[in-house]
Design a protein. Structure first.
Length: 445
């Protein structure tokens, strides 16, 4: 090889290595355009000390830091992801399952369609049906108590499952894996109907119109519903008003418009590909309005379920439809009302929240029903069967509705070094114990 060629190759190699080092250390070249979706970047640069070196902590932290902060990392990852997707239709995000014709599905939804998701949780169809029957029995008992004693309606909503609405684009799967013939959400829907429990099954409805609808009900590369959610929420509010003559505001779908989808669809973005997947499907938008009059009442609503409620929050005029709402996301995280104050489920008085609304709606997309209500119905029944807990929760709600009283309780909480909720519960118990006595609540010190 000519010595000048060697010199050139050596110089280029050194320049490349220097470029990598400079970019890793100081990031002079902005890569914002390639920023990865859902990238935690939680590996800060470690500090070298004698103790961290001897314990091995520094080495491990340094390796994680380098793995997440090497030069042109985002571009490299997107290039690798694009290579796998383009050649083999493989997603580097294990939660997503690329289908045929550039369609995308959630992996649990695909497995649920083929009966393999249920087989992870139950050893037989009989065990699955036994579980669902017990869940439905508890749901009916909880509904009876809420309706009879507190005039609160409980209902369920099975959000549409893309795999069942558009199965023709599903990818092939490993048929050697164990599968069941009974589908959890379908059996839940069957048992709800047989027991008279109010339920909306959007999957079966969407599946029945998918061939005749002039618009795709799901975007090919996204699994959340967009414009079609307006039909779901319209149906939901109609059912709510039929169960209880509340005269809820009426949701009207005025028109649906279409425009070219310019960016990446939400789920597509999480694949972190180099190029946007070609998609000629228009982006549909439902334009809705709300009809109300002097007799209309906006209900207080508790939603217990998954991310399908986000379309209600983002796409619907929610403030015109409800006066207050809570979202118990996967019965784990709590978002309270319009300002979305966030709590963990164990940080709130769940019974108090249940007794402070007009409607409780348990909802999930089809494949999530293999988990039932994620523990909600069990906990709610255990709490509402306890008359003392119910009495305290009702008293706390009654007190919270009085602003002047809450100011006094807030002052007491601060002086005692406890939370407002803790002080409210203490005073509620004191009032119940001293009911009928000529004493002042201020004496509860």
């Amino acid at each position: 090889m000519n010595k000048w060629v060697k010199h050139i190759l050596w110089t280029l190699s050194m320049a490349f290595l220097l470029l990598l080092w400079v970019q890793t250390e100081w990031q002079p070249f902005s890569l914002d355009i390639w920023t990865l979706k859902n990238d935690p970047k939680d590996a800060p640069k470690p500090v070298l000390t004698m103790q961290s070196y001897k314990s091995g902590d520094f080495q491990g932290q340094a390796e994680r830091h380098l793995r997440e902060n090497f030069a042109f990392r985002e571009l490299g990852i997107r290039t690798y992801n694009q290579f796998r997707y383009s050649l083999w239709k493989v997603s580097c995000n294990e939660f997503f399952f690329p289908g045929k014709d550039h369609w995308m599905y959630y992996r649990p939804g695909v497995l649920d369609y083929y009966g393999q998701e249920a087989a992870k949780f139950f050893e037989s169809d009989e065990k699955l049906m036994e579980y669902v029957n017990h869940q439905v029995d508890m749901m009916n008992e909880l509904r009876d108590i809420l309706k009879r004693d507190h005039d609160i309606e409980l209902l369920t909503f099975i959000a549409p499952d893309k795999a069942f609405v558009y199965p023709e684009h599903l990818p092939p799967i490993d048929n050697q894996l164990k599968s069941l013939t009974t589908n959890p959400s379908q059996y839940f829907s069957k048992r709800f109907k047989e027991t008279g429990f109010p339920n909306i099954d959007m999957t079966s409805w969407f599946a029945s119109i998918s061939d005749t609808s002039s618009r795709l009900l799901f975007m090919p590369m996204d699994t959340h519903w967009t414009f079609s959610s307006a039909y779901g929420y319209d149906s939901l509010f109609r059912l709510m008003d039929s169960l209880c003559p509340f005269n809820i505001p009426t949701l009207r779908i005025d028109s649906i418009t279409a425009k070219k989808y310019e960016g990446r669809q939400d789920d597509e973005a999480t694949l972190n590909l180099l190029f946007k997947v070609r998609n000629d499907t228009p982006n549909y938008t439902a334009h809705v309005s709300v009809e109300a009059d002097s007799t209309t009442r906006k209900p207080r609503v508790l939603f217990v379920g998954d991310s399908f409620i986000f379309a209600f929050e983002c796409l619907m005029p929610i403030r015109e439809l409800v006066s207050y709402y809570e979202n118990w996301f996967y019965y784990d995280k709590v978002f309270k009302s319009f300002d979305k104050k966030t709590f963990q489920i164990n940080e709130i008085n769940r019974l108090r929240s249940i007794l402070n609304v007009d409607f409780v709606i348990v909802y999930s997309v089809g494949y999530q029903w293999v988990r039932g209500t994620n523990g909600f119905v069990e906990d709610a029944l255990a709490a509402i069967r306890d008359p003392e807990k119910v009495k305290v929760a009702l008293k706390m709600n009654e007190m919270e509705a009085k602003p002047e009283l809450m100011e006094m309780i807030q002052e007491k909480a601060e002086s005692k070094g406890v939370t407002l909720e803790e002080m409210l519960e203490l005073d509620a118990k004191w009032l119940i114990e001293n009911e009928g006595n000529q004493t002042n609540m201020g004496e509860n010190d």
